[in-house]
Write a protein that binds this ligand. Sequence first.
Ligand SMILES: C[S@@+](CC[C@H](N)C(=O)[O-])C[C@H]1O[C@@H](n2cnc3c(N)ncnc32)[C@H](O)[C@@H]1O
Length: 289
Amino acid sequence: MTVWDAIRSGAERLAAAGVESSRLESEWLLAHVLGVPRLRLVLEAGRAVTEGEARAFSDLVASRATRRPLQHLVGSVSFCGFEFAVNPSVLIPRPETELLAERAWLFLLVPPQPWTHAPVVLDFGTGSGCLAVTLAVKCPAAVVHAVDISPDALAVARGNAARHGVDGRVSFHLGDGFAALPEDVRFDLLVGNPPYIPSGEIAGLQPEVRDHDPRLALDGGADGLDFYRRIAHEAPAWLRPEARVMLEFGDGQGGALRALFSGGRWRCEGIFPDDSGRERILIAAVARA
Ligand SMILES: C[S@@+](CC[C@H](N)C(=O)[O-])C[C@H]1O[C@@H](n2cnc3c(N)ncnc32)[C@H](O)[C@@H]1O
């Protein structure tokens, strides 16, 4: 069997199992087994696959055909150009969240931010640590805190911080939102991608998400907005005067987010779309008295 034969047979098995982008995923799995970059496969299309490699590839394809996520099978995912370990304890970081990371590091790095102190960042619901670690790497002056209610997720996040050399600069806190934080810390930036799926919609999600992302990372309560209400209510006490809150949210939630973070204590600075044009990111600040 050649590389080309393996890719084709893997793609056929994955397509039959209902996996979208079956050809691409077959290539990713084979590249993982062969230990080469995916694009290298084109150059090696005629090379023979050993029996051991063919068996390992076939096992991975069989697992993927049960709709286990590709990222769990290869053990990591690329986020903002950095490799993050993932396992079933954490949400697999999504491309949309890279846009949130980018907005956040621009806020931290690009003038006219008048930082007279090291900016302090909170990642609310850190999961794999993708936001906290990326911001710590991109913004060496920042002091980063990350909170999660899942000890297993925090273990993954800590590992990712070490992997990228920022474990000394990210403080991880285990517990329920703000209640887990040291009382005296105040933030210049709160980023988060809280659980936002309405509880009743979880059963209808794709198997990769429904059966393999942790429920704790998905379930946003009856209308999906529980965590946004909590943040709108509790965050002002934790923010410095010029702070920003940057939150990712789900399809169709933009209107509710705008309402929650406007008027009274909040000023909504904008709702921004993802690459498919869907409203995805809220930026808000505490209103001046
Ligand atoms: C949607 S995931 C986001 C993970 C990561 N920030 C990302 O964007 O890939 C939400 C995270 O919030 C955490 N979480 C859920 N309830 C929480 C709570 N009450 N306090 C702190 N974290 C919580 C979950 O364990 C999960 O890791």
